[in-house]
Design a protein around this ligand. Structure first.
Ligand code: ADP
Ligand code: AMP
Length: 230
C-alpha cells in the first residue's frame, strides 16, 4: 500500500498563498490542507477579528473598515501579518489565507519571505462564480470557540445552530449580510484580482481550482495539486 501523506509536510509545497473571492471556500479548504500537511494556517480575517475583540483604539479602527466590507489599509494589515508570520515556525510550512489582498501587500510579503530565505511555493486560487457567493456567505455560520465553519443548507451541523465539534452556539459574522457582501466582492474585483496578475507576471506557480464543486472534490484537488508541485 502507498504510504499516506498525512502529517508529512515534506510531501507538499510548503509556502502557499490561498486566494479567492469571499465565500469561495478558503477557510474550509485551509482546515483540510492543514489536517493533511500540517502547515501553519494564518487567516488575516481571523487575526484581524481577534485584534478587534480587545476594544483597543486599533480594534475600533478595524471595525469601521471590516463592518463596511472595505479592506483594512495596507500599512495596518502588513504590520499585523508580518508580526504573525515572524512568530511562526515556518519550517512547518505556511498557508496564508486572505493575505495578501492588494499588490502592495504582495510586495511586502515577498520582501519579508525573501529576508527569511523562505520564498512562496505556490498561489492556490479557489475560483467561484459570483452568483454562488452571496448564498454561500449569507448562509455561513461559524463556531466562535473552535472556528469550525458550516453552511445552513450546504454543510449544516447535526443540530441546528450548534457546533458538531465542540457543542458551542454557532454565530453569523456581522459582515456576512447581502449588502456588505456586495461591497466585499467589489473590493475583491478591484483590489485583489490585480494580485493574481502580479503573481502571474512574475512567473509564480499558480493553481486554480473550481470552488463551485463539492467540498470534498475541491479538497482532493487542492491536496493533489500541492503534492504534485512539491
Ligand atoms: P472563505 O474563507 O473563502 O470566505 P468559507 O470557507 O468560509 O469561505 O466558505 C463560505 C461558506 O460556503 C461557508 O458557509 C462554507 O460552509 C460553505 N462552503 C465552502 N466550501 C463549499 C463547497 N465546496 N460547497 C458548498 N458550500 C461550501
Ligand atoms: P475575511 O475573513 O477574509 O472574509 O476578511 C474579513 C474582513 O477583514 C475583510 O472584508 C477586510 O475588511 C478585512 N481583511 C482581511 N484580510 C485583509 C487584508 N489582507 N487586507 C485588508 N483587509 C483585510
Amino acid at each position: 500500500m502507498m504510504k499516506s501523506a498525512i502529517h508529512n509536510p515534506q510531501s507538499a509545497i510548503k509556502r502557499v498563498v490561498l486566494m479567492g473571492p469571499p465565500g469561495a471556500g478558503k477557510g474550509t479548504q485551509a482546515k483540510r490542507l492543514v489536517e493533511k500537511f500540517g502547515m501553519i494556517h494564518l487567516s488575516s480575517g481571523d487575526i484581524l477579528r481577534a485584534e478587534r475583540t480587545g476594544g483597543s483604539e486599533l480594534g475600533e479602527k478595524l471595525k469601521k473598515y471590516m463592518d463596511a466590507g472595505e479592506l483594512v489599509p495596507d500599512e495596518i494589515v502588513v504590520d499585523i501579518m508580518a508580526g504573525a508570520i515572524a512568530k511562526q515556525d515556518t519550517e512547518k510550512g505556511l498557508l496564508l489565507d486572505g493575505f495578501p489582498r492588494t499588490v502592495a501587500q504582495a510586495r511586502a510579503l515577498d520582501e519579508q519571505l525573501e529576508k527569511m530565505g523562505l520564498p512562496l511555493g505556490a498561489v492556490l486560487i479557489i475560483a467561484a462564480d459570483e452568483s454562488l457567493l452571496v448564498d454561500r456567505i449569507t448562509g455561513r455560520r461559524s463556531c466562535p470557540k473552535c472556528g469550525a465553519v458550516y453552511h445552513v443548507k450546504n454543510i449544516p451541523p447535526a443540530k441546528e445552530g450548534v457546533c458538531d465539534a465542540c457543542g458551542s452556539e454557532l454565530a453569523q459574522r456581522a459582515d456576512d449580510t447581502e449588502e456588505v457582501v456586495r461591497q466585499r466582492l467589489d473590493a475583491y474585483r478591484k483590489q485583489t484580482e490585480p494580485v493574481i496578475d502580479y503573481y502571474t507576471a512574475d512567473g509564480r506557480k499558480i493553481i486554480t481550482l473550481d470552488g463551485g464543486s463539492p467540498l470534498e472534490e475541491v479538497a482532493q484537488q487542492a491536496a493533489e495539486a500541492l503534492r504534485a508541485g512539491s
